[in-house]
Design a protein around this ligand. Structure first.
Ligand code: MN
Length: 428
């Protein structure tokens, strides 16, 4: 039951929606946090760790910041601290939920960090004022891509960890939470109505500490997409996750470099997009597939960029099957028909890169059609694309694979393939 999502201008993603591995966005309604849900952390905060009911506080919905690359320290604090937490997201709701109903209400989960102005919190506590502003500020809740909730039974043994510059600061297992996720949801539903899209940060283990500019923060929970960002100084702009349009702009502004093999271009691509290439392979960018241009950007991250970033390594081909799957869905939906010829070619290349004659044959047919439909100014280029597709298809039709990949992939080369590679050093 998805509420309507307000779309913000110029972005691929509404400000208050979170991407899910495998595609789709979850609209966010409210963000709740649980205080002191691990015994050792309750002790380090000077509290009695006995099992008192969980207490709740809130962050603004737009404090959630999906997969930031860089986060500035907020103003008016000299002690901004990290608290790594399991985030759960509801897909159903209700009030006074039973434990089974509360468990069934959890739809997704992620790893998040409850950023805290500890100095301001301590001052407010000392004078009995609310400590809202210590918790509720811009980008106060960086969060990973969601996965469907695996169920409480499989979560208890998973470790939760936060590293700063490679040094582990917080580490525990989720089973050490005083109140388990279903209990948290049931308790919350006594105070307020829980509805689909409520995000709940379930509390932090011991080891909270101060963050300083330029530090690299990595937050992980076993089996969940990781969260990684660099702490920026107070005056820097936040660096958001790459949007599909930013990748498309960059790629099509650099057409001259695409197949040049220029190491400087590859290095620039790596610096800008390596985390995105890795995340796309893990399904974190599948939500881009909701639009034709988003699909194009996704296929670039899966098919073309790995070829630049991982030249001569098996990793260059690791996401090929996923790229083909996206390209096939693109054809099924007619995404290619919504794009210019230049862009269409990159939706067809995953078939040319396949080691199956049915796919490379499809690539020939697609590039032939592209060439037939091309305007005169592009005819030379589309003719080149078609010629390459035909040469690739001929190799795969003959050998069932690309012999020039054998060395990279650790496959034995047959005498016939060796003879072919002597005549055709490039491999096609
Ligand atoms: Mn917290």
């Amino acid at each position: 039951m998805q509420r309507a999502l307000p779309l913000t201008g110029g972005h691929d993603r509404p400000a208050t929606a979170l991407p899910v591995v495998g595609g789709g966005l979850v609209g966010v309604r409210r963000v709740w946090c649980v205080g002191r849900n691990y015994e050792a952390h309750a002790r380090e905060m000077g509290a009695d760790p006995s099992r008192e009911p969980p207490f709740f506080f809130a962050k603004p919905t737009d404090a959630l910041c999906w997969r930031p690359r860089g986060l500035p320290l907020p103003p008016l604090s000299d002690d901004v601290q990290h608290e790594v937490e399991l985030a759960i997201v509801t897909s159903r709701g209700g009030t006074d939920l039973s434990l089974p109903a509360a468990e069934a209400a959890i739809g997704w989960c992620a790893v998040a960090v409850d950023l805290t102005r500890r100095d301001r919190q301590a001052e407010a506590k000392a004078v009995g004022r609310p400590w809202e502003i210590a918790k509720a500020f811009d980008r106060a809740a960086p969060i990973s891509t969601l996965i469907p909730w695996p169920g409480s039974a499989t979560m208890a043994t998973r470790s939760i960890r936060l590293d700063v510059d490679g040094e582990t600061r917080q580490q525990s297992t989720l089973g050490h939470q005083t109140w388990q996720p279903a209990e948290v949801v049931a308790q919350l539903s006594r105070w307020v109505a829980v509805e689909p899209g409520d995000v709940i940060l379930c509390g932090t283990p011991a080891g909270v500490g101060r963050l300083a500019a330029s530090q690299e923060v990595t937050a992980t929970i076993d089996g969940l997409p990781r969260l990684h960002w660099q702490v920026l100084d107070a005056y820097s702009k936040a660096e958001q996750a790459t949007e599909a349009e930013a990748l498309i702009d960059y790629w099509f502004e650099h057409g001259a470099d695409w197949f040049s093999g220029d190491p400087a271009f590859d290095a620039d691509l790596r610096r800008r997009f390596l985390p995105d290439v890795e995340a796309a392979a893990a399904g974190e960018f599948d939500y881009w597939a909701a639009s034709a241009r988003g699909r194009l950007a996704l296929v670039l991250l899966l098919d073309q960029l790995p070829r630049n970033l991982f030249r001569g390594q098996a990793r260059a081909f690791a996401a090929d099957a996923k790229a083909r799957d996206q390209a096939r869905q693109a054809l099924g939906r007619g995404d290619d028909r919504q794009l210019c010829a230049n862009a269409r070619a990159f939706l067809y290349l995953p078939f040319e890169h396949a080691e199956a004659a049915s796919d490379t044959g499809l690539a020939v047919a697609l590039f032939a059609q592209l060439h037939a439909e091309s305007v005169p100014e592009q005819a030379a280029w589309t003719a080149t694309l078609l010629r390459y597709a035909e040469r690739h298809h001929a190799v795969v039709a003959r050998f069932g694979r690309y012999p020039h990949r054998n060395a990279t992939l650790g496959r034995p080369t047959t005498p016939e393939e060796a003879a072919f590679l002597r005549e055709t050093p490039g491999g096609f």
